[in-house]
Design a protein around this ligand. Structure first.
Ligand SMILES: [Zn+2]
Length: 455
């Protein structure tokens, strides 16, 4: 069967009897092109290499030519008939297998198909901006636009304001917001690991309708993203629509949080928090805490990072001085997130780290009542020998604590380590806005093993 009607594809030639055979002078070029592609090089890079080396000069290599070679099954010996027509009609072409001596093995051709998918994904990743629709121009306050995609050469991704001519590099912004990201990751992990499972268990039926709406919006969001990655819409068009959907989603999630009544829960949040604190303490003691958070962030791909930022942050403002030094000016958290934290806080299920006078970080809960403190200590007691000390009482007349920050020794005379500061509400827990009597207490711990000889 004469399949080529005249011209042969590169790597083949016609012998004296007009039969198509492998052309020994050009077949190595084909093998090399496949090898270069498997090394992860793009069509354009391969074309550049061949042009530079003047391969088959004066022939000019183009990326489209390389793409055709990579996608041509003839090199494994199969002939695809009506390939172009089939593509136009979105049908599979007819394949005649083993019509010609192959230059490339079937295994190599399969590898190339896998590589093609990998390259496609890498290309998509390069088009995702982590802080899309979140960067605020430090001069005029408008949302900054995304500019510069990864593409062929290694380029930086920027956010820019056309009016003020300000450009900010994405990698340097990320560096600036890193400490805050670490806090958010810690929060996210805690909530996912300790609180969500419990809430999911006890979820009331009235969120079912909301859940459905949320998931349909989520799907829409994914479709918009897909269209952008497939280059059906451009970045500006995409990011505006994306933000719109994201905001609707945000509202629904806020509603869902409101629908979940934490007060109805029968579990003890203090036990959960104690478990969390013990786990954290173990990681801190083995110096692995920060690494663990960092790894959690670094293991995310760009799309996941973008989702994460979008979930927690409303806006970020970063300034660049004349020397090109970046500084974080402002960061606004999303309403949904604040709402969620507040809800957890009201239920004694959230704590935060504050700096004391010596700038040392101390963990503190926002509020607990006596029963909750007892629950907390009871669970902690399974791991450590726990002591509780009163540190300060709220002075009603002076409208607040005597000192804004408290300096407390990390280790006291008894060799007990400061574990946590707690704010104890002595009367009306349900109304935290109301003036109530409050006590600041310190929970100190000792390793159980070290004191076990006492018993
Ligand atoms: Zn501006």
């Amino acid at each position: 069967m004469d399949i080529f009607h005249g011209t042969c594809p590169l790597g083949y030639k016609r012998d004296e009897t007009k039969k198509v055979r492998i052309d020994d002078t050009t077949k190595d070029i084909i093998i090399r092109i496949f090898n270069l592609y498997l090394e992860g090089k793009s069509y354009q890079t391969i074309a550049n290499i061949l042009n530079e080396e003047k391969v088959l000069s004066p022939k000019k290599w183009r990326d489209s030519k390389i793409e055709k070679i990579i996608n041509n099954r003839i090199y494994v010996g199969d002939y695809e008939r009506f390939k172009r027509v089939a593509k136009e009609q979105r049908k599979e072409p007819i394949i005649y297998p083993n019509v010609i001596e192959p230059i490339i093995t079937k295994a190599m051709f399969e590898d190339v198909q896998i590589q093609k998918e990998k390259n496609q994904r890498a290309y998509c990743r390069d088009r995702v901006y982590i802080f899309m629709q979140k960067m605020i121009c430090p001069k005029c306050g408008k949302i900054m636009q995304c500019k510069g995609t990864g593409g062929k050469k290694k380029k930086y991704m920027y956010y820019h304001c056309t009016d003020c001519k300000i450009y900010l590099r994405e990698d340097l912004i990320e560096e600036q917001v890193m400490p805050m990201i670490m806090d958010l990751i810690e929060y996210d992990m805690t909530v996912k690991k300790y609180f969500y499972p419990v809430l999911a268990d006890k979820k009331e039926r009235n969120t079912a309708k909301l859940d459905k709406e949320i998931s349909s919006l989520q799907n829409r969001k994914n479709r918009i993203k897909e269209a952008y990655l497939k280059e059906i819409v451009d970045v500006e068009e995409f990011s505006k629509e994306y933000k719109e959907v994201d905001e609707k989603l945000n509202l629904l999630e806020q509603k869902r949080i409101e629908a979940i009544d934490l007060n109805k829960q029968t579990f003890s949040p203090q036990h959960l928090m104690a478990d969390r604190d013990v786990e954290k303490e173990k990681l801190i003691r083995s110096n692995k805490f920060y690494d663990m958070l960092m790894a959690e962030w670094k293991n995310k791909d760009k799309e996941e990072k973008q989702e994460f930022i979008s979930k927690f942050l409303e806006s970020i403002t970063v300034e660049k001085d004349k020397k090109g030094k970046y500084e974080l000016v402002n960061m606004k958290l999303r309403k949904t997130f604040i709402e969620q934290v507040y809800k957890l806080m009201q239920n004694g299920m959230f704590d935060m780290t504050i700096a004391d006078e010596k700038d040392k970080e101390v963990r503190t809960t926002v509020m607990m009542d006596k029963q909750e403190l007892q629950d907390y200590i009871e669970r902690l007691n399974e791991y450590y020998e726990v002591s509780y000390y009163e540190v300060a009482r709220l002075d009603e007349q002076k409208k607040g604590y005597q000192k804004k920050y408290l300096t407390i020794d990390e280790i006291n005379d008894n060799g007990e380590k400061l574990f946590k500061l707690v704010e104890l509400v002595t009367d009306d827990k349900k109304y935290p806005q109301k003036k109530v009597n409050r006590i600041v207490g310190a929970i100190r711990v000792k390793e159980r093993e070290k004191v076990s000889w006492k018993f």
